[in-house]
Design a protein around this ligand. Structure first.
Ligand SMILES: C[S@@+](CC[C@H](N)C(=O)[O-])C[C@H]1O[C@@H](n2cnc3c(N)ncnc32)[C@H](O)[C@@H]1O
Length: 208
């Protein structure tokens, strides 16, 4: 082994040890350092945000719940805990680091983790055998996404959600709420102080 190979091995070993020591927070931080504009935050959502966001969901009638940008899965277990036995959770993220981490850590036959962009939600939903989603939750940083991507994602989301379902967002700025109001006929909003930083919640209901 050359001295370069040895030095590389030492560095990889240290990175892995740091990630193991910090757990999901370390994986999230690494994802943020590598892709700051796509991840948009250094700290995962709080328990208060999770409970407030999921409160209006009609779980008994949920067959497919979709989440965009799950990161290290802050919402995944709370969703799986509430989902009926015949329900499914599909998560879509552009970052392979997060998708690999979720596949390794969440062992539940109702869970699907797909590497891809939320813009392609309709194809991905069909790929796992569904026509429509009941709810779509988004943790995407809409205000820092590349030009036009946010609009395309919300338009595709409007087409994929069944009547009576909702598009649910939480964001530090109002971009997600404003885009939701352009596509969904009825929008409800909330605010959570107990999050770093505090965030705006929005539920866009599909009434058509
Ligand atoms: C702020 S993090 C969300 C973290 C997590 N949901 C939470 O609540 O703690 C944003 C996530 O969106 C992902 N992302 C960014 N653009 C995306 C896109 N077009 N489609 C799917 N995921 C995307 C990032 O990789 C990152 O995991």
């Amino acid at each position: 082994m050359s001295s370069n190979d040895f030095a590389r091995k030492q560095r990889v070993g240290l990175g892995t040890r740091i990630k193991r020591f910090l757990g999901p927070a370390g994986v999230f931080l690494k994802g943020f350092i590598e892709e700051p504009r796509m991840v948009g935050s250094v700290i995962p959502s709080s328990r208060v945000t999770i409970n407030a966001m999921l409160a209006p969901v009609d779980w008994a009638n949920t067959k497919l719940f979709v989440e965009y940008g799950p990161g290290v899965g802050t919402f995944c277990q709370p969703i799986l805990d509430r989902l009926p036995r015949d329900g499914e959770l599909l998560v879509i993220d552009t970052n392979p680091l997060f998708i690999d981490y979720l596949k390794k850590t969440i062992r539940d036959s109702r869970f699907h983790a797909v590497l891809g962009s939320a813009e392609d939600v309709e194809d991905i939903v069909r790929m796992i055998g569904h026509e429509k989603a009941d709810y779509v939750l988004s943790g995407l940083p809409f205000s820092t996404l590349p030009e036009g991507v946010g609009e395309a994602i919300v338009a595709a989301t409007g087409r994929v959600i069944r009547k009576g379902g909702a598009f649910m967002t939480y964001q530090f700025k109002g971009a997600a709420r404003d885009l939701t109001a352009e596509v969904f006929p009825k929008v409800e909003t909330g605010y959570v102080w107990w999050n770093i930083p505090p965030c705006i919640l929005a539920w866009g209901w599909q009434t058509d």
